[in-house]
Design a protein around this ligand. Structure first.
Ligand code: FMN
Length: 221
């Protein structure tokens, strides 16, 4: 786009266009090519040390969707009408000496894994001392935080493509975890539940944004 002013307006329009959709039109389906772009926005998201602590499950199975209604109250609107229901898992095993990190270093980054390379030592030191990610819950929470970057990117990308969405934390995490594990859908040794998100087309007016003014949330120091 040549005109920067137009680009700025377009960006703000996209952010105003995105809203947490409470009612989806069940007859409208997302074009597969659009869905691939939304997934790319997630895949290309930044992560700490580049270790991508996430996995995304697209729930198409109608029985699973029905079952989820029992403990995912915040997802019912999406289950009833959204074209796509996504479940994001966060990894529990992103540590310097894990098989997962070894796999990424060797198979994705195409480097030789060395447990005492400067990079591995720096990561171990960061986890242990700087962020004190020394117990399973803290480690999992740290991974979850990163999955929300992918969520934000997916929601914005969807809005850009004219697709509505709803981020969802409205579920009982323990019950959802038990369900996924007992149905062999998630290995708790490596993953935990981060969030759900619905994507589709609204069947209601967009809710106008209610936000604090910038002066209340932004300070130059
Ligand atoms: C982490 C997170 C979890 C949310 N969980 C739910 C949910 O379970 N169900 C729902 O309908 N909306 C959910 N929302 C939507 C918020 O209520 C909504 O984003 C907020 O009220 C601001 O409105 P807007 O997104 O329409 O601008 C969630 C939003 C975020 C970011």
């Amino acid at each position: 786009m040549e005109n920067k002013g137009e680009l700025r307006k377009e960006i703000i329009a996209v952010f105003n266009r995105r809203y947490a959709t409470k009612k989806f039109d069940p007859t409208k389906k997302i074009d597969p090519a659009d869905w691939q772009v939304i997934l790319e926005a997630a895949r290309l998201s930044p992560s700490s040390f580049g270790y991508e602590p996430w996995k995304f499950l697209l729930i198409e199975n109608e029985q699973i969707k029905e079952d989820l209604k029992d403990f995912a109250w915040g997802a019912v609107n999406s289950i009833n009408g959204a074209s796509h229901l996504l479940l994001c898992l966060a990894r529990t095993d992103v540590t310097a000496d894990s098989d997962y990190v070894k796999h990424l270093v060797e198979d994705v980054f195409q480097n030789k894994y060395d447990p005492h390379s400067p990079r591995t030592d720096a990561f171990r030191n960061f986890q242990k001392h700087d962020f004190q990610l020394n117990d399973p819950q803290t480690l999992f929470d740290w991974a979850c935080k990163q999955t929300y970057i992918a969520l934000g990117n997916m929601l914005t990308t969807a809005a850009w493509l004219g697709i509505d969405s709803c981020p969802i934390e409205g579920f009982n995490r323990e019950k959802l975890t038990d369900y996924l594990v007992s149905h062999d859908l998630m290995d708790p040794k490596h993953f935990g539940v981060s969030y759900l998100a619905g994507f589709g087309y609204r069947d209601q007016e967009i809710t106008p944004k209610k936000r604090q003014p910038l002066t209340d949330i932004y300070q130059v120091i």
